[in-house]
Ligand binder design. Sequence first.
Ligand SMILES: [Zn+2]
Ligand SMILES: [Zn+2]
Length: 459
Amino acid sequence: MRFLNLTRRVEIGANCYSLETAGKRIVLDCGMHPRLEGTEGLPEIEALEDDSVDAILLSHAHQDHIGSIPVLMRRQSRAPLFATDATRQIGDVMLHNSVNVMMRMREEKGIASYPMFTHREVEGVIKRCQPVPLRQRWSFDGERLGAREEAPLSFEFFDAGHILGSAGVLIRSEGRSFFYTGDVNFTDQTIARGARFPEEPLDVLLMETTRGDSPLPAGFSRACEEARFGEAIRQALERGGAVLIPVFALGKTQELLAMFASMQARGVLPPGVPVYIGGLSTKLTELYDKLACQSPRQHPELPLLEAVAPFVVGGPDLDSLPIKGGRIYAFTSGMMTENTLSNIFASRFISDPANSLFFVGYADPASPGGVIRTGQPGDLIQLDSRRPAQKRECALDVFDFSAHASRESIRAWVNQVKPKKIVLSHGDPAAIDWFRDTLSTDLPGSEVIVPTPGEAVEL
Ligand SMILES: [Zn+2]
Ligand SMILES: [Zn+2]
């Protein structure tokens, strides 16, 4: 097996990997960098000759895993694309939204390479995408294989518990196994249930390391964190302030809505508390509701939009949206990236000490969200490079509802499946270092590899 890391740096960026095995070249994911703009945000797909890829597999529909797929498929016109049905449907919404965002950025910032693909190309990608159910063996020609059927090369998706549709993929090639985790979470979230990954020994593992640099605090439990979060919102609203929660449109918004429904049912939050979300979040929540009974999740009987009845805010309405006490604003992006609802709204929000800003997920340390959450009250915050910095006077707290597995839970699973070779990816350098040191000690017979971007590794 020959492996090539096509992500440009050791980081959580534009995830993309190539695997050559049994005479085929397979590409796993093709994301776009959440922070870098223009062609800098693409993976190194020019390292693959045109029309040299035999198949493309997608782990899930977050931007850092699918964002550059139309660019890759333009160059790899004969490669079929495989994903779970939920990833295909969510990907449809995410990629069309991405075209709109790029067109706006071309206008506002003059980025000449935007949009990198068109709505028509997205339609082509979705047409070429073959939905594949979890826990079934498939050939790369798109044929379903029997459980015991001999095949030199096959793949199988396993529920990754990260967001709706997320999957790890097991590639069986000439008697060896290669497993790619994608983004994984082993514990139950409010909506997503914990991953169901293979439990038998693996030959090669390509794994995410997102949380490698942060141990779980002693005594941490999701239930306690949710109770702390509910209490913080209740107090903030009772004080007469408003609450802003920067969230990802996909995954975290739906987790949050499910938590709000439960908090209202238990009397933690007043019934009918006004919740505001963006248009993309609403479209994705509609898909969560539509696919509730077809995909593994908790509370399939809970229609999120009906239970919380959020108000939908479009980009043009944002400037005139009043900030009123007693309301919850859950806007994208989770990292408060420039030109997003949460960033624009924050410019009118963070200097008022009556308000509360709550973070509930990952933020790149260099993003506005990453900077503000590690700072102090009174810090000057540069939300937008075109506007002056402003003081953060609002209350701030950080809650851990990560959709990524704790390093402890990944470590336990890796010790169970004992891969002979472990390839570390999807993590900042400190996170990768922890996993390299820990897994090398846990499994002295295994080789732990940090693949240099652009350099092929024989596995
Ligand atoms: Zn993800
Ligand atoms: Zn990711």
